[in-house]
Design a protein around this ligand. Structure first.
Ligand code: GLC
Length: 406
């Protein structure tokens, strides 16, 4: 397939202009019109990574906006919420109008480092650094229940993989829940968090959702690496040493607790067991650089297995799993942000051929089907919102991968 770099850039620029929001002196990109009007944490990080290719100033603005409103008081002070309601609207779900009371995967430092590669801006780095540092301090204080460097989640929404089959058991759902059942359970849990509290220790004691996902922790470790870089960049070597030590501790704990028989696993803290449902989260762990080269190669080899190789990759659940449903939200569909993390992970381990192939196939999928939120791995059919902003990560994959854009 031949790429028309100019046209891709124009299309992505148009998509981001359409989804741009300006409010209170800040600018951010909503994930999609109507379905997702607010600002989401990990979406904005992905947006910055895309925007570095088309409008670096906007890329920094995106990171400035997502770092502007951390929680400043209460037991979750320092947390960056997974949703910012800049114009209000959160009251019903969260009991607060301006933000949610849970978080999402931390990728701000990673995004800042990637934007910096194209358009260094020390002033913005200095502006956002204290917030990102406080965010990681919050993770350690509030979500590291064992004090060993691994962090837990108290709602499936925090993982970003809202309806993944891996959350069915810890949500107390049946093996094959309907979408309505699963959604009601997520809404009920949000209400409980609002009524009770957001302390994972309470969640565990009360038998609620409390999990330690391998992919989330790998992403956090990668963000700690990038935070180490950030601290060094702004001249704080003491901070840099602190983040490097935290990343080391988390890596050790990851290796001790989240790798079983060479494969990354998610833990159910409440029930004290490993989650049995396999997902593509295992491939995302490549992104965190927590694996030995031989382990990474073994995991990358699994990507070629038949259950992970339908026409379009990467399905978020293996296609031979009973829970798999290519057209149901997070129950096996292809998501471009997940592909991006797997691709970056493959590159991290020097598995360039596999990474390039994934970049090209992702771009082909988007080129053929459009800027959808997620795709059916068998047919390629697009689902969910449209045009969805982070689907443009295909542009970053193409721009960076050998033989890609231009
Ligand atoms: C959905 C996704 C979540 C994302 C949000 C906005 O809720 O599951 O990961 O952040 O949409 O795109």
């Amino acid at each position: 397939m031949a790429w028309n770099a100019e046209r891709w850039r124009d299309e992505v620029a148009a998509l981001f202009t359409l989804n741009r929001v300006e409010v209170d002196g800040y600018r951010y990109t909503r994930p999609a019109p109507s379905t997702y009007e607010h600002q989401w944490l990990w979406d904005s990080c992905f947006h910055a990574i895309i925007l570095r290719h088309i409008d670096p100033e906007m890329a920094w603005d995106e990171l400035r906006a997502i770092s502007a409103r951390p929680l400043v008081s209460g037991s979750d002070a320092g947390m960056l919420p997974h949703m910012q309601y800049w114009r209000g609207g959160g009251e019903g779900l969260w009991g607060v109008d301006s933000h949610s009371i849970i978080t999402q995967p931390p990728l701000i430092a990673i995004a800042a480092q990637l934007v910096w590669q194209i358009a260094p801006d020390e002033q913005v780095l200095r502006t956002i650094y204290p917030t990102v540092a406080a965010f990681h301090t919050w993770f350690a204080r509030r979500r590291d229940v064992e004090g060993d460097g691994l962090v837990c989640l108290i709602h499936p929404w925090e993982s970003g993989w809202d309806a993944s089959p891996r959350w069915d058991a810890p949500m107390g759902l049946s093996v094959l829940p309907s979408d309505d059942e699963a959604r009601s359970a997520r809404l009920a849990l949000a209400a409980t968090l609002q009524e009770r509290d957001t302390d994972p220790r309470t969640a565990r004691a009360e038998g609620r959702f409390c999990v330690i996902p391998a992919d989330f922790n790998a992403v956090r470790i990668a963000d700690l690496d990038a935070l180490t870089w950030m601290a060094g960049q702004i001249g704080s070597s003491a901070d840099a040493a602190r983040w490097a030590a935290e990343a080391r501790m988390s890596r050790d704990a990851f290796r001790r607790r989240l790798i079983r028989d060479g494969l990354p696993v998610d833990l159910d803290v409440t029930r004290g067991e490993v989650l049995a449902v396999e997902t593509a989260g295992q491939f995302v762990t490549l992104f965190g650089g927590v694996l030995e080269q031989s382990e990474a190669e073994a995991i990358a080899a699994r990507l070629e297995h038949v259950e992970w190789s339908p026409r379009w990759r990467v399905p978020t659940s293996p296609v031979n799993q009973p829970q798999y449903a290519g057209d149901r939200y997070w129950r096996g569909n292809v998501w471009v942000n997940v592909n991006w993390m797997i691709w970056a992970g493959l590159r991290r381990y020097g598995l360039i051929e596999q990474a390039d192939a994934l970049a090209l196939q992702t771009a082909e999928l988007v080129e053929t089907e459009g800027w959808h939120e997620y795709f059916d791995p068998m047919t390629g059919a697009g689902h969910g919102s449209h045009p969805h902003s982070w689907t443009a990560l295909a542009l970053d994959m193409l721009a960076v991968s050998a033989g890609g854009l231009g």
